[in-house]
Every structure is written in C-alpha cells, then in structure tokens.
Design a protein around this ligand. Structure first.
Ligand code: ADP
Length: 365
C-alpha cells in the first residue's frame, strides 16, 4: 500500500547522508583517514576487461547482456551478495556501461518513506539501471512497492484517506534492478524470488589481488615490483577495496622513507606500521580471536557475548569481521557459537591445546 497524499515523489534528502553500517573496508581504522573519493573513482574498473577475477560471474553477465541486447529488452533483475569491498557496486556500474545505459545508485536506508522509492522509480528512464545497496534493509512497504515495479513495470499509488481511498496503477519505464547485499539470507523470500540472476561474489586469490594492486599502482603512477604487489595482496583480506587502500599507504610510506618504489621490504614495513599482520588481520580481528582463546578456551561463544566484550555491534561482527576470519580458516561458526581453529592459535603464537585438531583448511593453505 502506498499513501502519497502530499505527493512529494522526490527521493528524500537523506540519500546524501545514508546511515550506513560500519564497513571495515571503508573505515579500516588505520587506513581510512585520508582516503579520497576521487582516488576510488579513478581506480574503479569501467569495463569487464579491467575487472579482475570473478570469472564465472563475468561470463554469465556477458551472456545475459548480449541476449538482452539481441532481444531488445532490459536485462533481468540481478542480486549480488558477498562481503563489502568485493566489487558489487563496481560491477553494477560496469553493467550499465556495457549496456550503454545510465545508473541510479541508492541504498535501502535512504528509501525509508514510500515517496523515496516511488520518486526514484518514477524518475527512471527506459532501460536505466537502479542499484540498491544493502537491499536486505529495505522495509516492508518499500518492498511491496517494488514487487509490481519489478514484475510489471508499474506501481500502485494510493491516494485519499480512509473511506475515500483510491488505488491507481501507474506505469514506470522498463528498468533493471541491481540489488547488493552482504546478507542474502536476510532478504525476504518474495523479494529474492523476483531476481532473475542471483550471484555470490567470491573473495579474491592473492594472484588476482596482485593484478589489482599493479593496475592501481600504474594509475597512481607508483612504482611497484611483483613482490611488493604480492605482499600487499596477501595482506588485503582477499578484498580489492582494502588492497587499493593499502597500496596508497605503502606508496606514501615508500616515498617518505625510501626512494618511492614499493618493494616487498617497504610494503612490509608500511603494513607493519599500520598494525596489519601477515594474514591481513588488524587489531580488532586479533582482539576477537584472542578473546575467544583467552576468556573462552577457544569457544564456543555466542556472537552477542563477543559483541559486548569488544564494544562492537553484532551486525558489524557478523558482516564485516567474521566473513574473512571464517574464509581464512581461523574461526568456525557452530550451532553453539564461534570457535577458533588450530590455525588461529598458531597464527597468534599460542600453544595449541591438546586434542584440538579440527583440520580446518585456510584460504592460503
Ligand atoms: P562493494 O560494492 O562490493 O562493497 P565496490 O564495488 O565498491 O565493492 O569495490 C571497492 C573497490 O574495489 C572499487 O573502488 C574498485 O576499485 C575495487 N574493485 C572491486 N572489484 C574489483 C575487481 N574485480 N577488479 C579491480 N578492482 C576492483
């Protein structure tokens, strides 16, 4: 149901001040301060060729784009999920570019009131792409407005009050919705079912990240050798956004402390200086693992308890810190809570308790 009595169908000003979840890749303590949006824009890949990794996803998308061009219909609605910084927004921009169309970018928390989403839907031009970040946070009313828009390219507008209420079906231009989420499981079933293509973005391998680092270095005019690029790659939590930030910091460090060239040695010193260890963990990651080891005998311990002890909220732990710790085999999620693995004891220099051999394989094994 949509109540649009005052008919201000413009997106709210809140768009500009989205209340977003803390994002480790965005506010990574030591590397965020001087990060500059222009830099991110400059290095953001604009074509599939520049977009490194995610091979099978790229192939699927290329075929879908080609087919939609041949049929002269908009691309199916797409849902991308995976931890922050893996390239969901970048991919949406590339798709718009490859389809030769414009893209409107927003985020679920900015679509709080019915008129926010109605305004955006009505402003779309034919074939345009609507990108909604954090789509799992869309409220029920906004979701219900989206359903007919996604299925039949129309919205139901309700005007008047109580007895005089009238519903009108109003067409909107044909568009493609691209949703991005860090939590596919949190999406409602009916919303998920309306996406034609659902795809998970994978963490990147060190070799892929090394390529990303070298590409960004080139754009930044920073000199880097293969080993220096690999050092940064290995310590970037398998995440391009972090790799791009670290390269900037390593470049600054190399410039100030040596001849400007990023080598394995300067990269190593720069990252140590940022308290980022050999696996890319920072102080909070280590604090989380140490807490489980020292206070809870390695676990299991509930995420609520961890959140209180670390002074973080549960969502940040689940969406930002845990995915990489799970992926790299340092942490396990069990029905009774979180448990650290043998690798975590080893990595942090603790004696492995007798009998602990959970055989969990890590990302870099
Ligand atoms: P997400 O939307 O998943 O949080 P973004 O699309 O904003 O992530 O990506 C973060 C940054 O990482 C981008 O600015 C881009 O420069 C870089 N990036 C992401 N994926 C790739 C990739 N596959 N190849 C090269 N750079 C990438």
């Amino acid at each position: 149901m949509i109540f649009s009595d005052n008919d201000e169908n413009k997106p709210s000003k809140k768009d500009k001040n989205l209340k977003k979840m803390p994002d480790k890749t965005k506010d990574l303590e030591a590397v965020s301060t001087e990060f500059d949006e222009t830099y991110e824009k400059t290095i953001r890949p604009k074509t599939f060729d520049e977009y490194i990794g995610q091979k099978s996803l790229k192939e699927t998308l290329k075929i879908s784009i080609e087919a939609s061009k041949k049929r002269n219909v908009p691309l199916d609605h797409l849902l991308f999920y995976g931890p922050p910084g893996l390239g969901k927004t970048t991919l949406a921009n590339i798709i718009a570019n490859e389809c030769g169309t414009d893209i409107k970018i927003t985020s679920a928390p900015a679509l709080e009131r019915p008129r926010d989403i109605i305004g955006i839907l009505m402003s779309l031009k034919g074939g345009e792409i609507l990108f909604i970040d954090e789509i799992h946070r869309l409220n029920k009313v906004a979701e219900e407005i989206l359903y007919p828009a996604m299925e039949d390219f129309s919205i139901d507008l309700t005007t008047g009050k109580s007895q005089t209420v009238k519903t009108m079906r109003v067409p909107v231009q044909k568009f493609t919705l691209i949703g991005a989420t860090t939590k596919a499981g949190a999406l409602s079933g009916p919303l998920r079912d309306r996406f034609g293509i659902i795809h998970r973005l994978e963490f990147y391998t060190p070799t892929e990240l090394q390529k990303i680092v070298k590409r960004s270095a080139k754009i930044l005019n920073a000199e880097i050798d293969d080993e220096g690029a690999m050092e940064i790659a290995l310590r970037s939590r398998a995440t391009p956004r972090i790799a791009n930030r670290l390269i900037k910091r390593a470049g600054d460090y190399a410039l100030v402390k040596s001849d400007g060239k990023i080598t394995k040695k300067t990269a190593n010193l720069a990252l140590n200086n940022l308290n980022i260890d050999a696996l890319g963990l920072d102080n909070t990651d280590r604090a989380l693992l140490k807490l489980i080891i020292e206070k809870y005998n390695g676990g299991p311990v509930g995420v609520e308890t961890l959140a209180v002890a670390l002074g973080e909220d549960i969502r940040t732990i689940e969406d930002v810190y845990e995915p990489y710790l799970l992926q790299s085999g340092l942490l396990m999620r069990t029905l009774r809570g979180r448990t650290v693995t043998k690798q975590a004891y080893e990595h942090l220099g603790y004696k492995i308790p007798a009998g602990l051999d959970n055989g969990q394989m890590g990302l870099f094994d």
